[in-house]
Design a protein around this ligand. Structure first.
Ligand code: PLP
Length: 397
C-alpha cells in the first residue's frame, strides 16, 4: 500500500478521501524520506564542513536539480525553495512591487484566483497606489480572453493567473495568456498549485516568468514549495527577507547579497521537507505523469456522469477539459450540511468558499461542496460519494 492513511476507518466506514485539492496524502516513500532525514542526516545545510552537513547539503541541492528537470527550467538558479505557493506569490508580489510598481500602475488577475493570488497583489498595490484589473469568466467557468486583451494599458505591470482553478477545475489557457501579455511586454506569474500534480508542466514551453506551487499538493510534505522565476527577472528583484544565507558580505555600513537562488532563501530552510519533495517527484515519475493524466481524465468523466444522476445537483465549473475538482450544491442545501453528512458516511470533501470568495459572489452562492481527486482516487471512491449523496439528498430537500 503506497498510502497508509487511506486504510483509515471513519465512523465505521472506510475513508473515502476526496479533499485532494486541499492537500494530497503522502506515499510511504515520502514519509520514509522525511523520517530518514531526521534519523540519519539531520544537520544545517550550506554552512557546515562536517559529514552530515555536507551530505544534507548535497541531497538538498540534488532536489533543486530534480525540480528544475521536473518543470523543465533552464537553470537550477531559477528554483527557489519556499514554504508553499502562498509564500512564493508573496515573495514576488513584495519584491516585484517594490521594484516595478508605481502609483497608477495596474496588475491583472483573474476572477477565479485563490485569495493567495489576490491579496498579495492588493497589498503590493496599496503600498504605492496601484490597482488590480480583473479578467471575468463565463457561467461555465471559462476566462473571457477578449476582455483580458482589452485590460492592457501602458500602466499594466504584471499578469497573475492560476493554471487550474481550485474551485472550478478550469484549466486556463496559460500559454496563450502569457503570449498576449508578452505582446505588451508584461511578465506573467502562474499559480500552479492545482496543476503541478495533475499535468506535465514545462515552464519554458509555457513561457511564463514565474511559476508557483506547493509540495503538499503533490504528495510531498507540508512546509515546502517552489518559486520558479526566470533568471534575468529574479536578478532584477530585491531580496525578500533578510538573514543568514541570502548575503555575500555584511558590514554595518553595507550588505551585499548572495547569488541566485540563495538571495531568496534567507534562514534555515525546511531541509527534510525538501528531501520529501524529491521523493514525491520520484513517486510521480514512477507512476508516470502520462498515466496519471489518463487516469484522472477517465475518473473526471466517470464522476461527472455519475453525479449528474443525483437529484437536485447543481455543478459549478463545467469548462471542457477541467481537471481534478468537482464543485456542486444539492438544491439550496447549505454546503456545510452536505459536507457534514458526507463525513458521517466516511466521505471527506471540502465545503465553503475554498479561499475564492469572488467566485462565490460571481454565482451568488455562499459556497460549494468540492470533491477533488488524486492519482490514487478510484471509481469505487466516486461510487461511494454517489451512494452517500443519494442517501442524504432526501434528508436535505
Ligand atoms: N493557489 C491555489 C490555486 C490553491 O488551490 C491554493 C491552496 O489551496 C493556494 C494557492 C495556496 O496554497 P498553499 O496554502 O499551499 O500556500
Amino acid at each position: 500500500m503506497d498510502f497508509p492513511i487511506l486504510d483509515t476507518q471513519v465512523y465505521g466506514h472506510p475513508l473515502v478521501y476526496l479533499d485532494n485539492a486541499a492537500t494530497t496524502q503522502k506515499p510511504q516513500q515520502v514519509i520514509e524520506a522525511l523520517t530518514n532525514y531526521y534519523l540519519t542526516l539531520n544537520s544545517n545545510i550550506h554552512r557546515g564542513t562536517h559529514y552530515l552537513a555536507t551530505q544534507a547539503t548535497e541531497r538538498y541541492e540534488a532536489v533543486r536539480q530534480q525540480v528544475q528537470q521536473f518543470i523543465h527550467a533552464a537553470s537550477n538558479k531559477e528554483i527557489v525553495f519556499t514554504r508553499g505557493t502562498t509564500e512564493s506569490i508573496n515573495l514576488v508580489a513584495a519584491t516585484f512591487g517594490r521594484q516595478f510598481l508605481h502609483k497608477g500602475d495596474e496588475v491583472i488577475v483573474s476572477g477565479m484566483e485563490h485569495h493567495s493570488n489576490i491579496v498579495p497583489w492588493q497589498l503590493a498595490c496599496e503600498q504605492v497606489g496601484a490597482r488590480l484589473r480583473v479578467i471575468p469568466f463565463s457561467d461555465e467557468g471559462v476566462l473571457d480572453l477578449e476582455v483580458y486583451r482589452s485590460l492592457f494599458s501602458t500602466r499594466t505591470r504584471l499578469v497573475a493567473v492560476n493554471h487550474v482553478s481550485n474551485t472550478l477545475g478550469t484549466v486556463n489557457p496559460v500559454k496563450e495568456i502569457v503570449g498576449i501579455a508578452h505582446g505588451h511586454g508584461v511578465p506573467v506569474l502562474i499559480d500552479g498549485a492545482q496543476a503541478i500534480a495533475h499535468m506535465p508542466v514545462d515552464v519554458q514551453d509555457l513561457g511564463c516568468d514565474f511559476y508557483c506551487f506547493s509540495g503538499h499538493k503533490m504528495y510531498a510534505p507540508m512546509g515546502v514549495g517552489v518559486l520558479y522565476g526566470r533568471e534575468e527577472l529574479l536578478n532584477q528583484l530585491p531580496p525578500y527577507q533578510g538573514g543568514g544565507e541570502m548575503i555575500k558580505d555584511v558590514t554595518f555600513e553595507k550588505t551585499t547579497y548572495n547569488e541566485l537562488p540563495y538571495k531568496f532563501e534567507a534562514g534555515t530552510p525546511s531541509v527534510g521537507d525538501v528531501l520529501g519533495l524529491g521523493a514525491a517527484i520520484d513517486f510521480i515519475q514512477s507512476r508516470g505523469m502520462d498515466s496519471i493524466v489518463r487516469h484522472e481524465e477517465q475518473l473526471m468523466s466517470y464522476a461527472m456522469d455519475r453525479l449528474a444522476t443525483v437529484p437536485n445537483i447543481r455543478f459549478f465549473g463545467t469548462a471542457p477539459g477541467k481537471v481534478g475538482v468537482i464543485s456542486f450544491l444539492l438544491g439550496n442545501a447549505h454546503p456545510y450540511d452536505v459536507g457534514t453528512l458526507l463525513d458521517k458516511l466516511g466521505v471527506a470533501v471540502r465545503t465553503g468558499h475554498h479561499c475564492t470568495q469572488p467566485i462565490m459572489d460571481r454565482y451568488g452562492i455562499p459556497g460549494t461542496v468540492r470533491a477533488s481527486f488524486a492519482c490514487y482516487t478510484t471509481t469505487a471512491d466516486i461510487d461511494a460519494l454517489h451512494a452517500a449523496l443519494l442517501r442524504i439528498e432526501p434528508m436535505l430537500m
